[in-house]
Design a binder for this molecule. Structure first.
Ligand code: NAD
Length: 357
């Protein structure tokens, strides 16, 4: 069955890293007879320059039709003075909302070869492999009413609303339970049920869902404790599920346990498992065009796409094994360089992954 993958290089280092991911995808496409068909389109600043819009209609229409999307990154100083609604980031947010990408999956994997890059002791983080499932389109970031109002006595008050419907919680819960089933079968739901009613309901719904997934061990943790446990003993976690704001904070915390932003992939999925896959980092304008960006986060995002949207586990595992092999070979881009390793360019790193495949 032929499937379409839309490549959205975007800005800054985006085109350089997406080119390497495309090379790798082309190779697994042949090797595993995946019948993938690739298209590309403009998004972000590159789209503003050509069409005056960060998300042209043509891009959105291609995205809606695609089975999955690989995105590089958007943004850069060139567009920073534009009004908020015309900024490159609007392209990304527009894709997330139009495609209803409510489930954000962010793994924090520490390759043993890079253990010294973490700020934690190697024995605490070596072998770390956590998946954070963050609700992406609801919660306090979207709740109404919101704003800043003038109170009767003349003081201003800022306010936001933390609200989740039962169905919003159930759908992210299902993604999390299913993700746990594909991994270590342990799910920790993070909430603040000792203070916030919305998360009391969140906890009840997770407990209710557990009956559908008897093979998954469910636990609950308050968010303050989860933040502490992530730096104390992060390897206790397999899959973590949480709401939008807690997930925003915890996923950055977990990501940083691994030391390098250039290694971290992510997936954002909707209920049809259509997804957008992108590295966690931005467009790195400081190194754009120099050929030194680390393409591995984008290559690993392509592996996640094969696993979660295209259900090609064997091809996903092959890419992940190839990445591990090039690290074993001592090849490093500048951001993960260490003593005794061999420094390589963006393209050389992509070529090394191809060879390992
Ligand atoms: P950034 O992630 O682009 O860069 C932070 C630092 O990490 C920089 O020193 C950069 O050189 C380095 N870095 C990032 N990715 C790297 C890679 N693959 N290899 C080697 N080094 C890498 O964050 P920033 O500097 O805060 O933002 C730059 C631009 O990116 C801004 O316009 C911002 O809005 C945008 N941004 C976009 C996204 C996205 O598209 N999803 C996410 C974050 C930031």
């Amino acid at each position: 069955m032929s499937r379409t993958v839309l490549m959205l290089p975007g800005d800054g280092i985006g085109p350089e890293i997406v080119a390497e991911a495309e090379k790798v995808l082309n190779r697994v496409n042949e090797k595993f007879s995946l019948d993938l068909h690739f298209e590309s389109a403009l998004v972000g600043g590159a789209a503003i320059d050509e069409t005056d819009s960060p998300l042209p209609d043509e891009t959105l229409s291609k995205a809606e039709k695609a089975d999955a999307i690989v995105l590089g990154a958007v943004g850069g100083p060139k567009w920073d003075s534009l009004p908020m609604a015309k900024r490159p980031e609007k392209g990304l947010l527009g894709l997330r909302s139009n495609l209803e990408l409510f489930a954000n999956l962010r793994p924090a994997i520490l390759y043993p070869q890079l253990a010294s890059a973490s700020s934690l002791k190697p024995e605490v983080v070596s072998g770390l492999d956590i998946m954070i499932v963050r609700e992406l389109t609801g919660g306090i970031y979207f709740g109404q009413p919101r704003g800043v109002r003038n109170l009767e006595h003349g003081e201003r008050q800022g306010y936001n609303t933390y609200a989740y419907t039962e169905s919003e919680i159930r759908r992210i819960g299902r993604v999390a339970f299913e993700t746990a089933q594909q991994r270590g079968k342990k799910l920790c739901s993070v909430d603040k049920a000792n203070v916030l009613e919305v998360t009391v309901m969140w906890r009840e719904i997770m407990e209710d869902l557990k009956r559908e997934y008897p093979d998954v061990e469910l636990s609950h943790m308050y968010v303050d404790n989860a933040a502490m446990q992530l730096v104390r003993a992060p390897k206790q976690f397999d899959v973590i599920v949480t709401g939008n704001m807690f997930g925003d904070i915890l996923s950055d915390e977990a990501a940083m346990l691994t030391g390098s932003i250039g290694m971290l992939p992510s997936a954002s999925l909707n209920s049809q498992k259509q997804g957008m896959y992108e590295p966690c980092h931005g467009s790195a304008p400081d190194i754009a065009g120099k050929g030194i960006a680390n393409p591995l986060a984008t290559i690993l995002s392509a592996a996640m796409m094969l696993r979660y949207s295209l259900e090609e586990e064997e091809a996903a595992l092959a890419i992940e094994a190839a990445v591990s092999e090039v690290l074993d070979q001592g090849l490093r881009t500048a951001d993960i360089m260490s003593e005794g390793a061999t420094r390589v360019s963006t393209r050389e790193m992509g070529d090394a992954v191809l060879n390992a495949l």
